[in-house]
Write a protein that binds this ligand. Structure first.
Ligand code: PEP
Ligand code: MG
Length: 328
């Protein structure tokens, strides 16, 4: 199968009925970018910038951040890279950030992390914004924010970036040609304010790892729960269906960047819901592309729409597996 996937690298990621699906990879380290050429992916749909912070023993200064971001964009060439601002705090606590703010949290996943920490520790975020903006000189910068729960958090983060952008221009330095601002959707509450959020954003990326943990109130790292909650459950698929349909109706690009998209059956379900942009672990690109090239969305979508109304008694997993076999 490995040879088969290698051969697939240069084949387009298009469904049997001609729908082009953007296949991107998740990355976080300089070395991960090489996977673009290995897999033939269309770009990086999630660059987890906190990795640099997590592997460092001191706070990475702006110059060091900027060097990483520039190297990544240069290596990616024309392929887009979506940088996510730091998702630190909570269980990704940094020893060098420890101070009066960092209390021991009983529920770190629900705690003071990601955008919540970034908006308060805005010195940290300003430095990251400046590093990203200058690294993207004369290009388009794609940036997104983690763990946004309410539209005002997105608006405030975007404004912080725009102020930095004006500062850079004011000093006569080169900034990006354009900046596209997006948000992760991983907190269910945000889905209830899509009508307010969507006009503000340039793109949406659904983080199904955290989203699932919050929808089911089930720790994503808990060994006893790992198999307990299925990504192909009616709750998740119905939830995602609403978000994808609403976002598409507003003409905003919607991607899925959680691990769910890297499993072939789950990825097929996502395409069936209307997702046409997946950012996945590089190792999954070959298998997912093979699935994309074999699926007929014109047949799958109406079928799935029926199942969303009346979930198949045998479960989505069994029903989709059988559908895939019958329609191969
Ligand atoms: C997610 O939550 O689905 C996601 C992609 O982000 P992370 O796995 O880094 O929390
Ligand atoms: Mg997450």
């Amino acid at each position: 199968r490995r040879a088969e996937f290698t051969a697939m690298r240069d084949l387009p990621s298009v469904t049997r009925d001609g729908i082009r699906v953007a296949l991107l990879i998740n990355a976080g380290l300089r070395d991960d970018v090489a996977a673009l050429d290995v897999t033939g992916a269309d770009g990086i749909g999630l660059f987890r910038t906190e990795f640099q912070f997590l592997v460092s023993s001191t706070l990475p200064q702006r110059e060091r951040q900027q060097r990483l971001y520039r190297d990544v964009m240069e290596q990616a060439g024309d392929r887009p890279v979506v940088f996510r601002t730091v998702d630190i705090g909570g269980d990704k606590a940094l020893p060098y950030l420890k101070d009066q703010d960092q209390i021991d949290e009983e529920n770190p996943a629900l705690g003071w992390r990601a955008i919540r920490l970034s908006l308060e520790r805005d010195g940290l975020m300003k430095a990251q914004a400046a590093a990203l903006l200058e690294a993207a000189a004369n290009r388009t910068l794609y940036v997104m924010f983690p763990m946004v729960s309410e539209p005002w958090e997105f608006a405030q983060a975007r404004e912080l970036f725009e102020v930095q952008r004006q500062r850079i221009a004011g000093r006569g330095r080169s900034g990006p040609l354009a900046v596209r601002y997006g948000t992760m959707l991983e907190v269910p509450a945000l889905a209830e304010q899509l009508d307010i959020l969507l006009p503000m954003i340039d793109f949406l990326s659904i983080g199904t790892n955290d989203l699932t943990q919050f929808l089911f109130a089930a720790d994503r790292a808990h060994p006893k729960l790992a198999e307990r909650f299925d990504w192909l459950s009616p709750s998740i698929l119905r939830f995602l269906s609403r978000v994808v349909t609403t976002t598409r109706a507003a003409d905003k690009p919607v991607a899925v960047c959680g691990e769910m998209g890297g499993r072939t059956l789950e990825a097929m379900a996502l395409l069936g819901l209307g997702v046409e942009r997946l950012s996945i672990t590089p190792a999954a690109v070959g298998a997912v592309k093979a699935m994309i090239r074999s699926v007929d969305l014109a047949a799958l979508r109406p079928r799935l729409a029926e199942w969303l109304v009346t979930p198949p008694p045998e479960g989505f997993r069994a029903a989709l597996t059988q559908w895939a076999q019958e329609n191969e």
